[in-house]
Design a protein around this ligand. Structure first.
Ligand code: ADP
Ligand code: MG
Length: 247
């Protein structure tokens, strides 16, 4: 594509929170498994964008993160790459049985069907050839096909909030194996009235406690409401803002 990512290089980055790790300069030196680096290069990515340089070591270091960067700056890979890398560290933990209630290790919520599908497709690209199973759930279409895929056992579930709860309420999905929760486009979630659904997920009786999972939030802007949500949903988190983040 014609996107010039070098333009991001001169943008100021603000990092706050306790003991942030050093940003990485390249995918090759980010401590990612060779397999993941190969899939990144196959996707045509040559070097990480600023949000990726910071988010990758933070997430691989086990920390919660609030990441703010403008639209188009590569936030999707900033969370997918370290999550996929972490899941692939120990394949024994990836054994899932089909049927019954699916217990994804990662749930990624985003506000629209289009964004959800984009995240799903990127996740498939970066995990291509691995044993990771990725499922997608969004509204406006029949539950059945999505439900069949989820029930085959999924490690990563990418969903819109409403459809996610359709499955959770029917005991088709539970949160008791969760290692990562990602809230993407948090500012748009707020504008679209999805915060009650997000709260329902975070406070769900089956959800792994906040200190035993990693929670990651991404947003293009950082208004007061989002700052407030970060304070409630995240644990001892690092904050990374790339460029001027409107509030
Ligand atoms: P955001 O979520 O910040 O709006 P996306 O994650 O959707 O941005 O990324 C925007 C586009 O840039 C996508 O087409 C994505 O594949 C591409 N992209 C992301 N990171 C890189 C990179 N490091 N090198 C090249 N292209 C990238
Ligand atoms: Mg995005």
């Amino acid at each position: 594509s014609g996107i010039n990512f070098d333009k991001f290089d001169c943008i100021a980055v603000k990092v706050s929170g306790e003991n942030p790790p050093r940003a990485v300069e390249s995918f090759e030196t980010a401590n990612l498994r060779k397999y993941v680096v190969d899939n990144i290069l196959k996707a045509g990515y040559k070097k990480p964008t600023p949000i990726q340089k910071h988010a990758i070591p933070i997430i691989m270091g086990g920390r919660d993160l609030m990441g703010c960067a403008q639209t188009g700056s590569g936030k999707t890979a900033a969370f997918l790459l370290p999550i996929i890398n972490t899941l692939l560290q120990d394949e024994r933990e990836l054994v899932v049985g089909p049927g019954g209630c699916a217990q994804p290790q990662v749930v990624i919520v985003s506000p629209t069907r289009e964004l959800t599908l984009q995240i799903f497709n990127e996740a498939r690209k970066f995990s291509y050839g691995s044993i990771l199973k990725i499922a997608v759930a969004y509204g406006g279409t029949a539950v059945r096909h999505q439900g069949d895929n989820i029930s085959r056992g999924c490690h990563i579930l990418v969903a819109t909030p409403g459809r996610l709860h359709d499955f959770v309420d029917r005991n088709r999905v539970s949160f008791d194996s969760i290692r990562f929760v990602v809230l993407d486009e948090a500012d748009r979630m707020l504008d679209m009235g999805f915060i009650p659904s997000v709260e329902k997920m975070m406070d769900h009786p089956t959800m792994v406690p906040i200190k035993e999972r990693q929670t990651l939030m991404f947003s293009a802007t950082f208004p007061e409401d989002i700052q407030h949500l970060a304070g409630r949903f995240l644990n001892n988190y690092l904050f990374v803002a790339v460029g001027i983040v409107g509030g």
